[in-house]
Design a protein around this ligand. Structure first.
Ligand SMILES: [Zn+2]
Length: 480
């Protein structure tokens, strides 16, 4: 047992799913040519002032409600002053003093243990632009470019209390947060497109003490798995530093995915942002009535949906947890169930073949060609005995890649299960003739030998025979 415990808090920046930016009418569409979605407001040109996009306040409050936060009836924006080339105004408009949402929580589960993680605040702010370094890294580039398409994109920053104790808990927190924001339609939550970004504050302290150790802030993590690894690595590093009698330096560190280590980026001694109230953007006033109406539009969230799948469809809790971890999977499950009413069989295929193929190819469900109707037809073919489970997996993969109807794939590839007894009788006779030792074993009472013989018939039919039928026919033949 370690004598130390980790104290971890996460700051998650989430891009809100709006059509236009926070204070201007520029498009928020991802992946456009650099500096094509800009105007005087989001370029911060002198004399330009913007107006708050109402949708931003709505989505931020929506996220707050889904995260069990209190919603501020009267909140405003502040200026955070600092200089950087991606911030042309020289200040960022944020909510420093009064966040729109505060004092919430979400529940996580790690190794079967549930834990509540409190959320300090969720506040609205604008995203700065993006620096693009000529050779990939600021350290080695002779020049850098700035893309202001991202400047003025609406964000919420969700700050957790420092209540996470391991990299695994941090990963579980992020997965739950992502699911909730996806369910509520607040954000696309795509880490690879930067619509969800996470920084981790990490410190360690001797077990049983309450005072917080000196923390470091870890940046540059590009997946939830990377967050977990970076935290685990940083916790070990800090323990080593303390064990050697040194002290941890307060600084920002970058995660190096390839080397699997964190590296010092810069010392961070609480910068003074000289924050003051932003006078040019109106405050946000929300009536109790408006908040109540908004609350009524929050859909069923992952935990509730998981409980419902268990209660209504008799799914094991584990299956329900996997399926409800993403809205896309949960909706896929529901739509399949409408056409093929056997929940457990569907969850087996989702958790087995579907997730296996998605993970292996690093794809999202929406990128595959499989449809709920297609999976339902496939399960019917297996149910009727037209194809075996094994052939079903082969058909599934073709559906996943090419999107044809399962019946068509079975027909084109000649995969129909052989139930023609004449053909099977011939193959069984051949297998018996070729394997006298196994036949002898079986007749001497070795039950296992029948399994081998069934296997040989399956092999000879390239998996297209019905194993149950083969088993019965073999036994009949051997009993003659
Ligand atoms: Zn603009």
């Amino acid at each position: 047992m370690s004598r130390y415990e980790a104290v971890i808090g996460l700051e998650v920046h989430v891009e809100l799913k709006t059509e236009t930016k926070i204070f201007c009418g520029c498009s928020t569409e991802f992946g456009q040519a650099p500096n094509t979605q800009v105007c005087p407001v989001c370029l911060g040109l002198p004399g330009s002032t913007g107006v708050l996009n109402k949708k931003v306040a709505e989505l931020a409050a929506r996220a707050g409600l889904a995260l069990n936060c209190k919603i501020g009836a009267y909140t405003w924006f502040d200026r955070k002053n600092y200089y950087y080339p991606d911030l042309p105004k020289g200040f960022q408009i944020s909510q420093v003093f009064r966040p729109i949402a505060y004092q919430g929580y979400l529940d996580i589960e790690v190794d079967g243990r549930e834990k509540r993680i409190n959320i300090t605040r969720a506040h609205i702010e604008e995203d700065p632009g993006k620096l693009i370094h000529a050779s990939g890294s600021i350290m080695t580039s002779r020049s850098s470019f700035v893309d202001y398409n991202r400047s003025g994109m609406p964000l919420i920053e969700i700050v957790s209390e420092p209540e996470l104790r391991s990299g695994a808990e941090a990963k579980a927190y992020l997965e739950k947060l992502k699911a909730i924001l996806e369910y509520t339609g607040v954000s696309d939550v795509k880490m690879e497109q930067g619509s969800l970004r996470c920084d981790a504050n990490v410190s360690v302290r001797p077990v049983g003490t309450a005072a917080l150790g000196t923390k470091t802030e870890i940046k540059n993590m590009n997946s939830f798995r990377a967050v977990q690894r970076a935290i685990e690595c940083e916790v070990d590093r800090q323990i080593d530093v303390l064990e050697e009698g040194d002290s941890v330096v307060q600084e920002t560190r970058a995660w190096d995915e390839n080397k699997g280590i964190t590296m010092s980026m810069r010392n961070k001694e609480n910068p003074d942002y000289r924050c003051f109230i932003e006078q040019e953007v109106s405050p946000i006033e929300l009536s109790d009535e408006w908040i109540k109406d908004l609350r009524a539009t929050i859909p069923e969230l992952p935990d509730a949906r998981r409980k419902r799948l268990v209660a209504e469809h008799g799914l094991p809790d584990y299956d329900a947890g996997v399926i409800t971890s993403s809205l896309a999977l949960a909706e896929f499950f529901d739509a399949t169930l409408e056409k093929f009413p056997e929940a457990k069989k569907i969850s087996n295929w989702i958790m087995g073949e579907l997730l296996r193929l998605l993970n292996a190819r690093g794809m999202e469900l929406s990128q595959s060609k499989i449809t709920p109707a297609g999976l339902a037809s496939l399960l019917e073919l297996i149910e009727k005995g037209s194809i075996s489970n094994k052939i079903g997996k082969e058909v599934f993969e073709t559906m996943f890649e090419e999107g044809q109807e399962p019946a068509q794939i079975v027909k084109e590839k000649g995969l129909s299960q052989i139930s023609d007894e004449g053909q099977l009788t011939r193959i069984i006779a051949e297998v018996i003739a070729k394997n006298p030792k196994s036949v002898e074993d079986f007749q001497a009472g070795k039950e296992k030998a029948i399994g081998f013989l069934v296997g040989q018939v399956m092999k000879a039919t390239r998996g297209q025979a019905n194993p149950g039928v083969v088993n019965t026919m073999l036994r009949e033949k051997l009993a003659e």
